[in-house]
Design a protein around this ligand. Structure first.
Ligand code: 3HC
Length: 294
Protein backbone atom coordinates (compact mmCIF):
# COMPACT_ATOMS: atom_id res chain seq x y z
CA UNK A 1 0.00 0.00 0.00
CA UNK A 2 1.22 3.45 -0.83
CA UNK A 3 0.66 6.29 1.66
CA UNK A 4 -0.05 8.72 -1.20
CA UNK A 5 -2.73 8.24 -3.80
CA UNK A 6 -1.45 7.96 -7.33
CA UNK A 7 -4.05 8.80 -9.96
CA UNK A 8 -2.25 10.44 -12.83
CA UNK A 9 1.23 9.52 -13.96
CA UNK A 10 3.37 11.77 -16.13
CA UNK A 11 6.00 10.42 -18.50
CA UNK A 12 8.35 12.89 -20.15
CA UNK A 13 10.00 11.54 -23.30
CA UNK A 14 8.28 8.80 -25.30
CA UNK A 15 11.30 7.10 -26.84
CA UNK A 16 11.79 3.35 -26.39
CA UNK A 17 11.97 3.54 -22.60
CA UNK A 18 9.43 6.31 -22.01
CA UNK A 19 6.82 4.69 -24.26
CA UNK A 20 7.41 1.35 -22.51
CA UNK A 21 7.02 2.98 -19.09
CA UNK A 22 3.81 4.73 -20.20
CA UNK A 23 2.50 1.35 -21.37
CA UNK A 24 3.28 -0.28 -18.02
CA UNK A 25 1.23 2.31 -16.12
CA UNK A 26 -1.64 2.40 -18.63
CA UNK A 27 -1.85 -1.42 -18.61
CA UNK A 28 -2.36 -1.18 -14.86
CA UNK A 29 -5.27 1.25 -15.15
CA UNK A 30 -3.46 4.53 -14.48
CA UNK A 31 -4.22 7.69 -16.40
CA UNK A 32 -0.98 8.73 -18.09
CA UNK A 33 0.12 12.03 -19.58
CA UNK A 34 2.91 11.49 -22.09
CA UNK A 35 4.96 14.54 -23.04
CA UNK A 36 7.24 14.92 -26.05
CA UNK A 37 9.23 17.80 -27.39
CA UNK A 38 7.36 18.23 -30.71
CA UNK A 39 4.56 16.72 -32.77
CA UNK A 40 6.86 14.46 -34.74
CA UNK A 41 8.38 12.88 -31.62
CA UNK A 42 4.91 12.62 -30.09
CA UNK A 43 3.69 10.72 -33.15
CA UNK A 44 6.68 8.35 -32.94
CA UNK A 45 5.84 7.70 -29.28
CA UNK A 46 2.19 7.04 -30.11
CA UNK A 47 3.22 4.63 -32.88
CA UNK A 48 5.58 2.82 -30.52
CA UNK A 49 2.73 2.30 -28.06
CA UNK A 50 0.35 1.18 -30.80
CA UNK A 51 2.94 -1.27 -32.13
CA UNK A 52 3.78 -2.72 -28.73
CA UNK A 53 0.16 -3.16 -27.65
CA UNK A 54 -0.71 -4.41 -31.16
CA UNK A 55 1.82 -7.19 -30.64
CA UNK A 56 -0.06 -8.20 -27.48
CA UNK A 57 -3.32 -8.23 -29.48
CA UNK A 58 -1.72 -10.39 -32.18
CA UNK A 59 -0.61 -12.87 -29.50
CA UNK A 60 -4.08 -13.00 -27.99
CA UNK A 61 -2.91 -11.33 -24.73
CA UNK A 62 -5.16 -8.28 -25.21
CA UNK A 63 -8.43 -7.82 -27.10
CA UNK A 64 -8.75 -4.93 -29.52
CA UNK A 65 -11.21 -3.30 -27.13
CA UNK A 66 -8.71 -3.62 -24.25
CA UNK A 67 -5.99 -2.16 -26.45
CA UNK A 68 -8.22 0.83 -27.30
CA UNK A 69 -9.04 1.28 -23.61
CA UNK A 70 -5.35 1.12 -22.67
CA UNK A 71 -4.35 3.67 -25.32
CA UNK A 72 -7.34 5.81 -24.32
CA UNK A 73 -5.82 6.20 -20.84
CA UNK A 74 -2.83 7.98 -22.35
CA UNK A 75 -3.00 11.69 -23.14
CA UNK A 76 -0.37 12.79 -25.63
CA UNK A 77 0.89 16.36 -25.41
CA UNK A 78 3.83 18.61 -26.20
CA UNK A 79 3.09 20.86 -23.20
CA UNK A 80 4.88 20.22 -19.90
CA UNK A 81 2.22 22.31 -18.16
CA UNK A 82 -0.27 19.49 -18.83
CA UNK A 83 1.51 17.61 -16.03
CA UNK A 84 -0.04 19.93 -13.42
CA UNK A 85 -2.27 17.16 -12.00
CA UNK A 86 0.33 14.36 -12.08
CA UNK A 87 1.19 12.70 -8.75
CA UNK A 88 4.21 10.83 -10.08
CA UNK A 89 6.32 11.96 -13.01
CA UNK A 90 8.95 9.83 -14.71
CA UNK A 91 11.46 11.68 -16.86
CA UNK A 92 12.85 9.54 -19.71
CA UNK A 93 14.42 12.10 -22.05
CA UNK A 94 17.87 11.76 -23.68
CA UNK A 95 20.85 10.98 -21.44
CA UNK A 96 22.03 14.58 -21.15
CA UNK A 97 22.59 16.02 -17.69
CA UNK A 98 21.81 19.56 -18.87
CA UNK A 99 18.54 18.57 -20.53
CA UNK A 100 17.43 16.47 -17.55
CA UNK A 101 18.27 19.28 -15.13
CA UNK A 102 16.28 21.73 -17.19
CA UNK A 103 13.29 19.33 -17.19
CA UNK A 104 13.41 19.08 -13.38
CA UNK A 105 13.76 22.85 -13.02
CA UNK A 106 10.70 23.39 -15.22
CA UNK A 107 8.67 20.69 -13.45
CA UNK A 108 9.07 22.44 -10.13
CA UNK A 109 6.76 25.27 -11.17
CA UNK A 110 4.19 22.90 -12.64
CA UNK A 111 3.51 19.97 -10.31
CA UNK A 112 2.01 20.01 -6.80
CA UNK A 113 4.36 20.30 -3.84
CA UNK A 114 3.95 16.65 -2.84
CA UNK A 115 4.29 15.07 -6.30
CA UNK A 116 7.12 12.57 -6.63
CA UNK A 117 9.60 13.13 -9.45
CA UNK A 118 11.68 10.32 -10.90
CA UNK A 119 14.39 10.05 -13.50
CA UNK A 120 14.91 6.95 -15.62
CA UNK A 121 18.57 7.79 -16.18
CA UNK A 122 20.75 4.72 -16.63
CA UNK A 123 24.06 6.21 -15.61
CA UNK A 124 23.87 9.92 -14.83
CA UNK A 125 23.90 11.17 -11.23
CA UNK A 126 20.40 11.20 -9.73
CA UNK A 127 21.75 13.54 -7.04
CA UNK A 128 22.87 16.11 -9.62
CA UNK A 129 19.56 15.87 -11.47
CA UNK A 130 17.60 16.20 -8.22
CA UNK A 131 19.59 19.26 -7.17
CA UNK A 132 18.02 21.13 -10.10
CA UNK A 133 14.63 20.62 -8.48
CA UNK A 134 13.51 22.80 -5.61
CA UNK A 135 12.43 19.63 -3.75
CA UNK A 136 15.29 17.13 -4.03
CA UNK A 137 13.85 15.08 -1.15
CA UNK A 138 11.01 14.02 -3.44
CA UNK A 139 13.27 12.89 -6.27
CA UNK A 140 14.38 9.31 -6.92
CA UNK A 141 15.79 7.33 -9.81
CA UNK A 142 13.58 4.62 -11.29
CA UNK A 143 15.60 2.60 -13.75
CA UNK A 144 13.43 0.35 -15.93
CA UNK A 145 14.89 -2.32 -18.20
CA UNK A 146 14.32 -2.80 -21.90
CA UNK A 147 11.67 -3.85 -22.94
CA UNK A 148 9.99 -2.10 -19.99
CA UNK A 149 6.64 -3.91 -20.35
CA UNK A 150 8.44 -7.27 -20.12
CA UNK A 151 11.37 -6.92 -17.72
CA UNK A 152 10.28 -7.03 -14.09
CA UNK A 153 13.28 -5.34 -12.54
CA UNK A 154 13.17 -1.66 -11.66
CA UNK A 155 16.11 -0.19 -9.76
CA UNK A 156 15.05 2.54 -7.36
CA UNK A 157 17.89 4.93 -6.68
CA UNK A 158 17.90 6.91 -3.47
CA UNK A 159 20.06 9.97 -2.97
CA UNK A 160 21.32 11.12 0.41
CA UNK A 161 18.31 13.43 0.70
CA UNK A 162 15.51 11.23 -0.68
CA UNK A 163 12.77 11.18 1.96
CA UNK A 164 12.06 7.68 3.38
CA UNK A 165 8.29 7.89 2.73
CA UNK A 166 8.97 8.82 -0.90
CA UNK A 167 11.20 5.77 -1.31
CA UNK A 168 8.62 3.51 0.35
CA UNK A 169 5.78 4.84 -1.83
CA UNK A 170 7.73 4.39 -5.05
CA UNK A 171 8.63 0.81 -4.09
CA UNK A 172 4.99 0.06 -3.24
CA UNK A 173 3.73 1.64 -6.47
CA UNK A 174 6.16 -0.41 -8.57
CA UNK A 175 5.22 -3.60 -6.73
CA UNK A 176 1.54 -2.85 -7.50
CA UNK A 177 2.52 -2.75 -11.18
CA UNK A 178 3.90 -6.28 -10.83
CA UNK A 179 7.50 -5.07 -10.96
CA UNK A 180 10.30 -6.23 -8.67
CA UNK A 181 11.96 -3.09 -7.30
CA UNK A 182 15.45 -3.17 -5.81
CA UNK A 183 16.98 -0.20 -4.01
CA UNK A 184 20.52 1.12 -4.34
CA UNK A 185 22.56 4.26 -3.84
CA UNK A 186 23.53 6.77 -6.50
CA UNK A 187 26.56 5.46 -8.39
CA UNK A 188 26.96 5.34 -12.20
CA UNK A 189 25.54 2.08 -13.54
CA UNK A 190 23.61 1.27 -10.35
CA UNK A 191 23.55 -2.50 -9.73
CA UNK A 192 22.61 -4.21 -12.98
CA UNK A 193 24.42 -2.08 -15.56
CA UNK A 194 27.63 -2.10 -13.51
CA UNK A 195 27.62 -5.89 -13.64
CA UNK A 196 26.14 -6.28 -17.13
CA UNK A 197 28.16 -3.79 -19.15
CA UNK A 198 31.58 -5.16 -18.19
CA UNK A 199 30.41 -8.46 -19.69
CA UNK A 200 28.88 -6.83 -22.80
CA UNK A 201 32.01 -4.75 -23.41
CA UNK A 202 34.18 -7.84 -23.07
CA UNK A 203 32.06 -9.59 -25.72
CA UNK A 204 32.53 -6.61 -28.08
CA UNK A 205 36.31 -6.77 -27.54
CA UNK A 206 36.28 -10.50 -28.37
CA UNK A 207 34.30 -9.79 -31.53
CA UNK A 208 36.60 -6.91 -32.45
CA UNK A 209 39.70 -9.11 -32.18
CA UNK A 210 38.07 -11.78 -34.39
CA UNK A 211 38.34 -14.26 -31.55
CA UNK A 212 34.93 -15.72 -32.44
CA UNK A 213 32.02 -14.89 -34.72
CA UNK A 214 29.06 -12.86 -33.49
CA UNK A 215 26.86 -15.97 -33.82
CA UNK A 216 29.21 -18.13 -31.76
CA UNK A 217 29.70 -15.49 -29.07
CA UNK A 218 25.94 -15.15 -28.71
CA UNK A 219 25.27 -18.89 -28.92
CA UNK A 220 27.82 -19.57 -26.15
CA UNK A 221 25.97 -17.38 -23.66
CA UNK A 222 22.48 -18.45 -24.74
CA UNK A 223 23.02 -22.18 -24.82
CA UNK A 224 25.83 -22.43 -22.26
CA UNK A 225 24.54 -20.03 -19.64
CA UNK A 226 20.82 -19.82 -20.33
CA UNK A 227 20.75 -16.10 -21.15
CA UNK A 228 17.67 -15.15 -23.22
CA UNK A 229 19.91 -13.31 -25.71
CA UNK A 230 23.61 -13.32 -26.48
CA UNK A 231 25.63 -10.16 -25.65
CA UNK A 232 25.83 -8.75 -29.18
CA UNK A 233 22.12 -9.27 -29.87
CA UNK A 234 21.40 -7.63 -26.53
CA UNK A 235 23.58 -4.64 -27.41
CA UNK A 236 21.57 -4.27 -30.62
CA UNK A 237 18.39 -4.23 -28.50
CA UNK A 238 19.77 -1.69 -26.00
CA UNK A 239 21.16 0.55 -28.78
CA UNK A 240 24.87 0.93 -29.38
CA UNK A 241 24.78 4.68 -28.75
CA UNK A 242 23.12 4.15 -25.37
CA UNK A 243 25.57 1.37 -24.53
CA UNK A 244 28.53 3.57 -25.44
CA UNK A 245 27.26 6.44 -23.28
CA UNK A 246 26.69 4.13 -20.31
CA UNK A 247 30.16 2.56 -20.58
CA UNK A 248 31.83 5.93 -21.06
CA UNK A 249 30.09 7.45 -18.01
CA UNK A 250 30.90 4.44 -15.83
CA UNK A 251 34.51 4.43 -17.01
CA UNK A 252 34.95 8.13 -16.32
CA UNK A 253 33.49 7.73 -12.83
CA UNK A 254 35.01 4.44 -11.73
CA UNK A 255 38.11 4.12 -13.97
CA UNK A 256 37.52 0.36 -14.11
CA UNK A 257 39.18 -0.90 -17.32
CA UNK A 258 36.29 -3.32 -17.76
CA UNK A 259 34.17 -0.31 -18.66
CA UNK A 260 36.56 1.40 -21.11
CA UNK A 261 34.40 1.20 -24.26
CA UNK A 262 35.80 -1.18 -26.90
CA UNK A 263 36.97 1.07 -29.78
CA UNK A 264 34.72 -0.58 -32.37
CA UNK A 265 31.66 0.47 -30.39
CA UNK A 266 32.38 4.15 -30.96
CA UNK A 267 33.17 3.50 -34.62
CA UNK A 268 29.87 1.71 -35.14
CA UNK A 269 27.96 4.52 -33.45
CA UNK A 270 29.72 7.12 -35.62
CA UNK A 271 28.84 5.07 -38.71
CA UNK A 272 25.17 5.07 -37.69
CA UNK A 273 25.07 1.37 -36.79
CA UNK A 274 22.97 1.79 -33.65
CA UNK A 275 21.36 -1.66 -33.47
CA UNK A 276 17.70 -2.51 -33.96
CA UNK A 277 16.56 1.09 -33.90
CA UNK A 278 18.55 1.97 -37.04
CA UNK A 279 18.09 -1.45 -38.66
CA UNK A 280 21.74 -2.45 -38.30
CA UNK A 281 24.19 -3.03 -35.48
CA UNK A 282 26.10 -6.26 -34.94
CA UNK A 283 23.29 -7.85 -36.95
CA UNK A 284 21.14 -6.47 -39.79
CA UNK A 285 17.37 -6.32 -39.25
CA UNK A 286 14.46 -6.55 -41.65
CA UNK A 287 13.55 -2.93 -40.84
CA UNK A 288 14.39 -0.37 -38.14
CA UNK A 289 12.97 -1.48 -34.77
CA UNK A 290 12.36 -4.99 -36.06
CA UNK A 291 13.66 -8.00 -34.12
CA UNK A 292 13.95 -10.09 -37.32
CA UNK A 293 17.55 -10.60 -38.39
CA UNK A 294 18.20 -10.91 -42.13
N1 3HC B 1 7.98 -4.47 -26.19
C1 3HC B 1 6.95 -5.06 -25.57
N2 3HC B 1 6.85 -6.40 -25.41
C2 3HC B 1 7.83 -7.16 -25.95
C3 3HC B 1 8.94 -6.61 -26.63
C4 3HC B 1 8.99 -5.19 -26.75
N3 3HC B 1 10.01 -4.58 -27.37
N4 3HC B 1 9.75 -7.61 -27.04
C5 3HC B 1 9.17 -8.75 -26.63
N5 3HC B 1 8.03 -8.48 -25.99
C6 3HC B 1 7.12 -9.44 -25.34
C7 3HC B 1 6.40 -10.28 -26.34
O1 3HC B 1 5.19 -9.68 -26.75
C8 3HC B 1 6.15 -11.54 -25.52
O2 3HC B 1 5.05 -11.30 -24.65
P1 3HC B 1 4.11 -12.51 -24.17
O3 3HC B 1 4.96 -13.49 -23.45
O4 3HC B 1 3.12 -11.81 -23.25
O5 3HC B 1 3.47 -13.07 -25.41
C9 3HC B 1 7.42 -11.68 -24.67
O6 3HC B 1 7.96 -10.36 -24.60
C10 3HC B 1 8.43 -12.61 -25.26
O7 3HC B 1 8.75 -12.13 -26.58
P2 3HC B 1 9.19 -13.06 -27.82
O8 3HC B 1 8.56 -14.41 -27.70
O9 3HC B 1 8.97 -12.28 -29.09
O10 3HC B 1 10.75 -13.15 -27.74
P3 3HC B 1 11.66 -13.76 -26.63
O11 3HC B 1 11.03 -14.83 -25.85
O12 3HC B 1 12.91 -14.03 -27.37
O13 3HC B 1 11.90 -12.53 -25.64
C11 3HC B 1 13.00 -10.61 -24.89
C12 3HC B 1 12.36 -11.29 -26.09
C13 3HC B 1 11.93 -10.28 -23.85
C14 3HC B 1 13.61 -9.31 -25.42
C15 3HC B 1 14.08 -11.58 -24.28
O14 3HC B 1 14.94 -12.02 -25.29
C16 3HC B 1 14.89 -10.95 -23.17
O15 3HC B 1 14.47 -10.87 -22.03
N6 3HC B 1 16.12 -10.49 -23.52
C17 3HC B 1 17.02 -9.88 -22.56
C18 3HC B 1 16.64 -8.43 -22.39
C19 3HC B 1 17.52 -7.74 -21.38
O16 3HC B 1 18.50 -8.24 -20.87
N7 3HC B 1 17.15 -6.48 -21.11
C20 3HC B 1 17.92 -5.64 -20.24
C21 3HC B 1 18.82 -4.78 -21.05
S1 3HC B 1 19.78 -3.66 -20.06
C22 3HC B 1 18.78 -2.33 -19.86
O17 3HC B 1 17.67 -2.24 -20.35
C23 3HC B 1 19.32 -1.23 -19.02
C24 3HC B 1 19.45 0.06 -19.80
O18 3HC B 1 19.94 1.04 -18.92
C25 3HC B 1 20.31 -0.07 -21.01
Amino acid sequence: MTSREFDRIGVIGLGTMGAGIAEVFARNGYAVTGVEINDEALERGRQHLEHSTGRAVARGKLTEAEQAELLGRITFTTEMKDLADADFVVEAVVESLDIKKSVFRTLDDIVDADAILATNTSSLSVTEISAASGHPGRVVGVHFFNPAPVQNLVEVIRTVVTEPDVLADVQALLAELGKSPVVCGDRAGFIANTLLFGYLNHAVAMYESHYATREDLDAAMRYGCGYPMGPLALLDLIGLDTAYEILDTMYKQGRDRLHAPAPILKQMVTAGLLGRKSGRGFYTYEAPDSSKVV
